[in-house]
Design a protein around this ligand. Structure first.
Ligand SMILES: Cc1cc2nc3c(=O)[nH]c(=O)nc-3n(C[C@H](O)[C@H](O)[C@H](O)COP(=O)(O)OP(=O)(O)OC[C@H]3O[C@@H](n4cnc5c(N)ncnc54)[C@H](O)[C@@H]3O)c2cc1C
Length: 535
């Protein structure tokens, strides 16, 4: 570990305060529109360090931000948004050692593009890889369909470089314990052991369970959502791309049959087991996919293997083993065939983009994760809460981890839609607590879920969370309101939809809407703010 504790002279950084720029940074991937007080675009470590020192001296809250695709409102806020997607764009690979040391601005897609010619890739595969920055992925502990076999990014980080709340630059390595300003005593360890939910995935609060296991400071910082430090660089560990792949689409007549099939498939060591629930299939109906009627849901399963024979063999095992449960089966024995089968999974985005402006996809219950054996209870509980409150939903996601995404699709012309959404949020939180789940499997607690964490972890663990935060950020300048709730936490305020959303110029609102529809989060936000001849 290297310390660079050189004192910096605090000089006010170059801040953008043009209202058009503030507007361009007021939204992210989730539900919120919050106008920041300023925007900083540091070009490299020295400028970022100066910014942190200045923020500490002036008690200015900083909101670390990458591409801004956070679903949980963690990269928008009222302080100074610090855009790290621009000034940290460099890549230093060592393909022989299967590692890449990259700046925080480098997207996961860029890492993969550079690694592919060498037969390597990042094992985790968030759907947002094309735009998610390395800094943002570390800060959210991102993952994707392959997490059933490869876990989240946490397992694939060898080291990170950070700028802390005091402006100090440090490198933190995997396997080096005892570093950092916070330690967990034996009482704390027992508490964590007793109170942390036992799900296969989690991005909900500080990962004290992982920290208790490893003692590595890295485990505290991964998933800390910009509340403990800025990430300026990441050492990614890469894996060889498996040579062969096979898979299947399996249709089930009942939810019970589907959820019974999941552990069977997981035991066959798949690289992905994805769920498309009946709610999702209803939503994409008419989009050109020919599926039999009456399916309660589909599982898409993928197996990566060393040989074609092995891939083919395991697909055969899966299909034969589940014969009594399935009512529809299609198989593929190579990547092209599999991509065709998986096309159905990719229909959600175009279908969402076609929704009228009066029906918006709002991410309020989008990331719950439960122990695998409770998956069926979770999906049926969401379905009934959706019916009860009259808010349509589309359920899909990572069945192999007990982790499903839920797009709530309220009709904004219906009186009481906001109250219905609040009721849905509350009911699904109750359901997750009852089932021993966590509110977020991969997107993070953010602002949205900060106020419910205590229900999952209990007050004593929350006290540990507060201790961690104080140790790293004594002046509370880094992303206040994220993970630890603001005193006036109100998860469904400051929405980007509705008559009371913050006023921003119409052309920027339209560009932000297009960004969301096209998942174009990689577009530099300063470009969004630029005037065109007709604005
Ligand atoms: C269409 C779509 C699909 C998605 N699919 C997935 C998916 O499959 N899997 C998944 O895990 N997520 C997914 N997400 C969520 C999101 O893309 C991920 O959380 C991603 O890791 C965020 O990266 P970002 O660069 O956009 O970070 P931002 O949204 O800008 O920030 C996310 C969090 O990281 C912090 N942060 C950002 N940069 C830094 C930094 N340099 N230092 C410290 N903290 C920082 C922010 O403060 C915030 O807390 C999806 C989002 C969208 C819109």
């Amino acid at each position: 570990m290297v310390f660079f504790a050189v004192a910096l002279i605090a000089s006010p950084p170059a801040l953008h305060t043009d209202p058009r720029i503030l507007a361009a940074y007021s939204e992210g991937g989730g539900i919120y529109r919050i106008l920041p007080a300023g925007v900083a675009t540091p070009q490299g470590v020295d400028e970022l360090r100066a910014l942190a020192v200045w923020a500490g001296e002036t008690s200015t809250p900083l909101v670390p931000r990458g591409a801004g695709s956070s679903m949980a409102g963690a990269s928008v806020g009222r302080g100074v948004v610090v855009d790290t997607s621009l000034g940290f764009k460099w890549l230093a690979p060592d393909w022989r050692r299967r590692t890449a040391w990259v700046g925080a601005s480098v997207t996961l897609g860029e890492v993969n593009d550079a690694a592919r010619p060498f037969g390597l890739r990042l094992a985790p595969d968030p759907s947002s890889s094309a735009f998610a920055t390395s800094g943002g992925a570390v800060a959210t502990n991102a993952s994707g369909p392959r997490s059933v076999r490869s876990g989240s990014v946490r397992q694939w980080i060898d080291a990170i470089e950070i700028v802390d709340a005091e402006g100090a630059l440090r490198r933190i390595e995997r396997g080096v314990s005892g570093t950092g300003p916070w330690h967990l005593d034996q009482g704390g360890q027992r508490l964590v052991e007793q109170r942390f939910p036992r799900t296969r995935k989690a991005s909900s609060g500080y990962a004290l369970d992982r920290f208790a296991d490893s003692g590595d400071e890295l485990d505290l910082l991964v998933g800390s959502e910009g509340t403990l430090a800025f990430v300026t660089a990441v050492a990614w560990r890469l894996e060889p791309i498996p040579p062969d792949v096979g898979g299947a689409v399996l249709g089930f007549p009942t939810l019970e049959a589907l959820t019974e099939a999941v552990p069977y498939l997981v035991a066959l060591n798949p690289s992905a087991v994805e769920l498309l629930d009946g709610t999702f299939l209803g939503f994409i109906r008419g989009a050109g996919i020919d599926l039999p009627a009456g399916l309660a849901g589909l599982l898409l399963v993928e197996f990566e293997r060393e040989t074609a024979a092995a891939a083919r063999g395991v697909v055969g095992d899966a299909v034969r083993g589940l014969k009594a449960l399935t009512s529809y089966v299609e198989t593929a024995v190579d990547r092209a065939g599999l991509e065709k089968l998986w096309a159905v999974r990719h229909l959600a985005s175009p279908a969402l983009a076609r929704l009228p402006d009066t029906q918006r996809s709002l991410q309020v219950i989008e990331d719950g994760c439960v122990p695998l054996e409770r998956l069926g209870d979770y999906v049926s509980g969401i379905r009934s809460a959706s019916e009860q409150h009259g808010v349509p939903v589309a359920i899909f996601g990572h069945a192999g981890d007990g982790h499903v995404h839920v797009n709530a699709l309220p009709d904004l012309t219906r009186p009481g839609w906001r109250e219905a959404l609040v009721a849905l949020f509350n009911d699904v939180t109750d359901l997750l607590v009852r089932l021993g789940g966590v509110p977020s499997g991969e997107h993070g607690a953010g602002r949205l879920r900060a106020g419910v964490l205590e229900r999952f972890f209990g007050r004593e663990v929350m006290t540990l969370f507060v201790d961690v935060k104080r140790a790293y950020d004594p002046r509370a300048i880094l992303n206040p309101g994220v993970i630890l709730p603001a005193p006036d936490w109100s998860p469904l305020s400051d929405l980007k939809v509705g008559s009371d959303s913050a006023r921003i110029p119409d052309d920027i609102a339209a560009r932000l809407r297009q960004t969301e529809r096209n998942a174009a989060w990689g577009t530099p936000k300063l470009d969004l703010a630029a005037r065109t001849p007709d604005t």
